[in-house]
Design a protein around this ligand. Structure first.
Ligand code: 5AD
Length: 421
């Protein structure tokens, strides 16, 4: 989501990006507020540009994204070298804001929710990109008690189907082979009578689009219509990111996740009935207020039962204005206990991930080659249908092609293999 917004910001400015902030005329720190750590990163990020502004007063420094939306004009008071604060729905207003600052040297805050222009600016597209995101939804209508998203991104707004298809088709014409539809609860997308399953089917009709992914799915919005589309549209990748957050029904209820452990397990079973080789990844929060050792063990036992392909796990972070920040005042989980639980869970997941990756050794996988491997230019890197990273020796002309690769090694976070000619 943030990467997509950063690319939209680049496009809105119609400026040449630079890796060297000293050379920049405009510096924007795009931020995330989901956990306190991300929030603090925004402030340290801005701090880095203080001396640049001191040496070059004409440089324009701004903050955008969820932290900007959350704190608004307080940021101008707190950070003297900041010129503007751009909320999560204000990206289309950026050119106007910059030109006003240039003309009038007036510091600006824009955090209103202007729905009309919401999807107007499409992201910057780097030539030769093989994969791309397309936003289908902004904001969120769920009210998970730990989550700050509804506060900083507003209620759910779904993008009309023709717009989504137009952006996707344009990207495919530019050479993109794989599209990931993004939304906070992407599978709750519905618009003008169409539901998420219809969106997948419509995308499946786009010529030369080889792969369709989407993220993040909300468990309760998994419908038969969606599962049928996943089964029947051949371009849909067999991987789903489906955050469970906890394996304890008590904690799930306190989080207002609106499903039970049993319901989640049954949903995975329904998905596997339709798409037997589907892989599932998840998000988990540890140390939610009131989480007992038994609750934590319920999460571990769920992980044992499902064997997620991978999981992102986080220590609960109280966010201002959320109900769970209030629960935390009464039922805090001791931070040392939370840390110990997180380590235990991550060690458990590591074993599963390693076991799963090892089980692929000897198999032939179809890989969409995304580019050279970051660590070694002799290696190419791509992902399998199941979203595993696979690195193998090959030449650059294969970028953008789907090739067959025999897996030779299963590592913790990736696979290694050799091209099958
Ligand atoms: N504390 C910890 N983790 C959180 N997440 C969202 N809000 C919080 C919070 N307050 C996690 C959830 C979500 C992921 C994107 O971030 O697991 O799925």
């Amino acid at each position: 989501m943030n990467e997509y917004d950063s690319d939209r910001i680049k496009n809105a400015l119609d400026a040449e990006p630079t890796d060297d902030p000293k050379k920049a005329d405009i510096i924007i720190v795009n931020t995330c507020a989901i956990r306190e750590k991300a929030d603090q990163k925004a402030f340290s990020g801005l701090g880095k540009y203080k001396s640049i502004k001191a040496n070059k007063p004409d440089v324009i420094v701004g903050i955008s994204g969820c932290v900007a939306q959350l704190y608004g004009d307080k940021l101008l008071k707190k950070i003297p070298h900041l010129d503007f604060v751009l909320g999560t729905r204000a990206i289309p207003k950026l050119p106007e804001i910059i030109s006003n600052i240039e003309r009038q040297k007036r510091r600006t805050v824009e955090t209103s929710y202007d729905l009309e222009e919401l999807f107007e600016v499409e992201p910057y597209h780097k030539e030769g990109k093989v994969t791309a995101f397309v936003s289908v939804q902004q904001g969120c209508n769920k009210r998970c008690t730990y989550c700050i998203v509804p506060q900083v991104r507003g209620d759910e707004v779904n993008r009309p189907l023709p717009d989504i298809l137009k952006e996707t088709t344009n990207l495919v014409k530019k050479g993109v082979k794989e599209i990931t539809f993004i939304g906070q609860t992407v599978n709750s997308w519905k618009e003008s009578g169409y539901k998420f399953g219809d969106l997948i089917r419509a995308a499946g009709e786009i010529e030369d689009l080889e792969r369709i992914r989407f993220t993040t799915s909300y468990p309760r919005d998994i419908t038969k219509r969606m599962i049928d589309a996943m089964k029947e549209v051949p371009q849909v990748c067999h991987h789903l990111h489906l955050p469970v957050q906890s394996g304890s029904n008590k904690v799930l209820s306190n989080m207002k996740r609106t499903y039970t452990r049993e319901w989640y397990i049954d949903t995975i079973a329904r998905l596997k009935d339709a798409v037997p080789d589907i892989t599932i990844s998840t998000d988990i929060i540890i140390g939610f207020p009131g989480e007992t050792d038994q609750d934590f063990q319920d999460t571990i036992s769920l992980m044992k039962e499902i064997e997620f392909e991978s999981s992102y796990s986080f220590k609960f972070s109280p966010r201002p204005g959320t109900p769970a920040a209030e629960y935390e005042k009464v039922e805090t989980v001791d931070p040392d206990i939370a840390s110990a639980r997180l380590s235990e869970l991550q060690a458990f997941q590591k074993d599963i991930a390693e076991k799963k990756n090892l089980s692929r050794v000897g198999q032939i996988e179809e890989v969409l080659v995304e580019g050279e491997s970051r660590n070694d230019p002799n290696f190419l890197s791509g992902r399998t249908d199941h979203n595993r990273i696979l690195n193998f020796k090959g030449t650059k002309d294969l970028v953008g092609k789907t090739v067959k690769v025999r897996v030779t090694e299963g590592l913790l976070n990736s696979l290694r293999g050799e091209l099958v000619l």
